[in-house]
Design a protein around this ligand. Structure first.
Ligand SMILES: O=S(=O)([O-])[S-]
Length: 93
């Protein structure tokens, strides 16, 4: 799904962590950018949310479900797992 590029990816880690490494095409989400993201995002396109280890992304995913996003996923294992599995598919600064 990520490789096909037909989903939206949101990174809810802190800004510094996002700046140093993230998954390609991910949008960084924080309290400032959240509202804008919700307005600009397509609620009918799959949305994958990740944090560090997959804990806080679960409540973030719930938030988007409540905003009527139809297909929301919390990435199990978060960015740390991603980085271990796919070090080559990571944008680093
Ligand atoms: O980012 S985390 O809540 O999984 S530690």
């Amino acid at each position: 799904m990520i490789a096909a590029g037909n989903c939206q990816l949101a990174d809810i880690r802190d800004e510094q962590s996002f700046a140093s490494a993230h998954i390609p095409a991910a949008t960084h989400l924080d309290n400032q950018s959240l509202q804008q993201f919700v307005e600009a995002a397509d609620p009918d396109q799959a949305l994958i949310i990740y944090c560090y280890h997959g804990n806080s992304s679960q409540s973030a995913a719930q938030y988007f479900v409540e905003k009527d996003f139809t297909e929301v996923y919390s990435m199990d294992g978060g960015f740390e797992m991603w980085r271990q599995l796919y070090p080559a598919i990571t944008v680093t600064s």
